[in-house]
Design a protein around this ligand. Structure first.
Ligand code: COA
Ligand code: AMP
Length: 634
């Protein structure tokens, strides 16, 4: 069947399409139907089925005779270690951890926060929650205590599972003090914490509250898998919105399993026994879907990689890992390739390794610039598949489905919509934009299985953020266009979200931190183009009248403040002081005009601007700081 046949089959009978896909999942009770639309425009999938995610990801493979196959390969160039865990070992370890969590009172529906680096125990903790029907909420290690506290208060976990430390190339990330501080700040207090003590650092445990990972499991009865309803939340994953309060994306179990299993075979061309590696972090959606659940559901080997594309120890580490673990499909972010290309423009490191088992390279997390795609294609000699998705969708909206058919690639485009996604480009009035015309990208409801049914404890915000602007559609927040061949191009965000090194950040959240500095009267944060990270945040500050603190000191203080409140992941290093912010007459800050100026692009003076002279002041200020010189258009 061709891609066109498969997409048409879904269009013709979505219910049949997804019920058939659901056959690949082990259900304790089969669902009577796929789509539950009684609460439209809120849709659910497979709600009356009973299922367990951990059973499908682990136990069923042991039962099917794959017990001795490596399930998780931990490759850690930062600790110089490689370790494989078979499916049988994984089953024992996960059942034991789940048993210990249950002994301490964790049951179906309880929330558990996981705050860990890239070690197999992070995946085991996720699966142990899934085994019990507990809802996990993984928080990325690059977030500071304050961000962790915000998530603790929002999802109110019964327990937190953390590690003693993470290892960044130039420093040790001390998780335990961050965890203690977060619990101190948060209003909600977890009943207990489980700490995985790493050899590199043994953390001081808080008596009565903290348990060491191993001792905690000693002598407990392993837990069996608890069947849950198809619409039971498997996890909550927080992502950036337009304000400082992150959005808790909810993922229902049944639809997620069905969609991921479908995607592994049809998009990534991965089946049981294959080796698949996603170089991301379990703190992001990519890690949830394609480090943990996707490859394990399909019975493949997944790699948990603790390192960076460069510097751990060199720009060949990705290719060495692909060679040593005989990877068939590899998935990373364009930023990682840009970092490698910068150090290895001619691909010398690539030629040192035998990569003949590699069949495809997948890119996502940010727009893949054509130069990077072409560089990878040239040096790797395999299809480079840019594919587009979001935390909200959980799996790709648009891709080149090489498991069905390898379509011609077009650098700069994530190719075509996947079954389940009816993607439209709309103009401001919600009318279809003609081919080639930029507009807001929206998806006709219902979204397919696996996508978000809502936000944790925030149904109103869910409706406002995604469903209200274009009734009958899900608003993606991305802008782009479709070409004459039906290929999609995703060009920019339509909101205040920026993408820094494949990490999604809210400029509003950074602004809230800057505004809390006592010298700052007003501020704006914009994303400016960066060769390596795609975008970096730039802060523009207006000071209060009468401030005598030297400007340099204020700038150092705000940089430190963002690192302390949001975390190093914000990569906030640049700010400048200006006299006034450009605004419309109704008081809206003209962020996109400032971003154009910072990028040296031709900019139009908006007709609604209050005082056009401010734009020239900003242009001069930014040019003085080394940004390219922008010119007025027209
Ligand atoms: N825990 C704690 N801190 C973390 C972290 C983690 N898991 N991940 C990143 N950080 C820190 C980094 O150490 C860095 O801190 P620093 O300011 O002290 O140097 C900061 O957050 C910014 O990180 P990053 O932007 O990633 O910079 P980097 O210099 O560490 O690495 C790249 C640069 C390009 C190599 C890296 O950004 C990269 O590999 N990007 C790809 C991202 C990716 O795979 N995203 C997945 C989305 S699909
Ligand atoms: P996240 O929710 O962190 O996965 O970020 C999702 C956002 O990243 C999307 O809304 C896009 O803005 C951007 N993004 C992800 N993948 C791509 C891609 N392949 N092309 C363009 N933008 C992308």
């Amino acid at each position: 069947m061709s891609y066109r046949d498969v997409y048409s089959a879904w269009q013709a009978d979505p219910e049949h399409f997804w019920m058939q896909a659901a056959e690949a999942i082990d259900w304790t009770r089969k669902p009577s139907k796929a789509l539950f639309d009684e609460k439209a425009p809120i849709y659910e999938w497979f709600s009356d089925g009973m299922v367990n995610a951990c059973w499908n990801a682990v136990d069923r493979h042991v039962l099917a005779g794959r017990g001795d196959q490596v399930a998780i390969m931990h490759e850690s160039p930062v600790t110089l270690s490689t370790k494989g865990i078979t499916y049988r070992q994984l089953q024992d370890r996960v059942a034991s951890l789940a048993g210990a969590l249950r002994m301490r009172g964790v049951e179906k529906g309880d929330r558990v926060i996981i705050y860990m680096p890239m070690i197999p125990e992070a995946v085991e903790a996720m699966l142990a929650c899934a085994r019990l029907g507990a809802i996990h909420c993984v928080v990325f290690g690059g977030f500071a205590a304050n961000e962790l506290a915000v998530r603790i208060d929002d999802c109110q976990p019964k327990a937190i599972i953390a590690a003693s430390c993470g290892l960044e190339p130039k420093r040790v990330v001390h998780y335990k003090p961050l965890l203690d501080e977060a619990i101190e700040i948060a209003r909600h207090k977890p009943e207990f914490c489980v700490i995985f003590q790493r050899e590199e650092e043994v953390a001081q445990l808080t008596p009565g509250r903290d348990f060491a990972w191993h001792g905690f499991q000693y002598g407990v009865k392993p837990a069996e898998c608890v069947p849950v309803e198809g619409n039971h939340p498997a996890y909550i994953l927080y992502t950036s919105g337009t304000t400082g309060q992150p959005k808790g994306v909810v993922r229902h179990t049944g639809g997620y399993l069905v969609a991921l299993q479908w995607s592994m075979k049809n998009i990534y061309n991965i089946g049981a026994g294959d080796r698949f590696w996603t170089a991301s972090d379990v703190g992001w959606v990519v890690g949830h879907s394609y480090i943990c659940y996707g490859p394990l559901l399909t019975g493949a080997t997944t790699v948990v990689f603790e390192g960076k594309p460069v510097g751990t120890p060199h720009a060949g580490v990705f290719w060495r890992t692909i060679q040593n673990h005989r990877i068939k499909s590899f998935f990373t972010a364009p930023t990682a390739l840009r970092a490698i290309r910068r150090e290895d423009p001619e691909g010398d490191w690539i030629r040192r390794y035998k990569l003949h088992e590699l069949q495809a390279l997948f890119l996502a997390g940010e727009r893949a610039d054509p130069e990077t795609v072409q560089w990878a294609q040239k040096h790797l000699g395999v299809p480079v598949v840019d594919h587009w998705w979001q935390t909200e969708t959980g799996w790709p909206i648009a891709a080149n489905p090489i498991g069905i058919e390898t379509l011609p690639t077009k650098p700069g485009s994530p190719s075509v919509p996947m079954p389940g996604y009816d993607v439209r480009v709309l103009d401001d009035e919600g009318n279809p934009a003609p081919a080639g015309t930029l507009g807001a990208i929206a998806i006709r409801l219902p979204l397919p299985p696996g996508t978000l049914p809502g936000l944790w404890n925030a149904e109103d915000r869910f409706r406002k953020s995604y469903l209200e602007r274009f009734p009958g559609y899900y608003e993606t927040g991305d802008a782009g266009y479709v070409d004459d061949d039906g290929y999609l191009y995703v060009m920019a965000r339509t909101d205040d979200v920026i993408n820094v090194a494949g990490h999604r950040l809210s400029t509003g959240a950074i602004e809230e931190v800057l505004a809390s500095h006592p010298a700052v009267a007003e501020c704006a944060v914009i994303g400016v183009a960066d060769e390596l990270r795609g975008q970096i945040p730039l802060g523009l500050l207006c000071l209060k009248v009468g401030v005598t603190t030297p400007g340099d000191q204020i700038l150092r203080e705000v940089v430190a403040l963002v690192r302390e409140r949001i975390g190093p992941v914000a990569a906030f290093k640049h700010a400048c002081i200006i006299d006034r912010l450009p605004k419309t007459r109704s008081g809206k800050i003209l962020r996109s005009t400032m971003a154009k100026i910072a990028d040296g692009e031709a900019f139009k003076v908006p007709a609604t601007i209050d005082d056009p002279a401010i734009l020239d002041e900003i242009r001069e200020a930014l040019h003085g700081l080394g940004f390219p010189e922008a010119a007025r258009a027209g």
